[in-house]
Design a protein around this ligand. Structure first.
Ligand SMILES: [Zn+2]
Length: 80
């Protein structure tokens, strides 16, 4: 797999990388490319942001489905 110097990774692949869902070999290919490619680093940052937003939404949703009535989760978060 020597294409990573001439072509960028897809946003989907960078998202999988951010989630730690690609193989060790795939990881080192991505890391090598990220060292030389600011464009893919920006994509990875976007993927990281997206994942953290999805994770916090998931936490909110799962805390609601525990039967604990949290009608104002933002206010709870602000008071911490
Ligand atoms: Zn790139």
């Amino acid at each position: 797999m020597n294409v990573h110097f001439s072509s960028h990774f897809s946003p989907d692949l960078l998202e999988l990388y951010a989630l730690g869902m690609i193989s060790v070999q795939g990881c080192s290919d991505v890391e090598e490319h990220l060292l030389i490619c600011p464009q893919c680093r920006t994509q990875l940052e976007a993927a990281d942001t997206y994942i953290s937003v999805v994770r916090s939404a998931y936490v909110l949703i799962s805390s609601r489905s525990n039967g604990f009535p949290r009608t104002r989760p933002m206010l709870v978060a602000e008071s911490l």
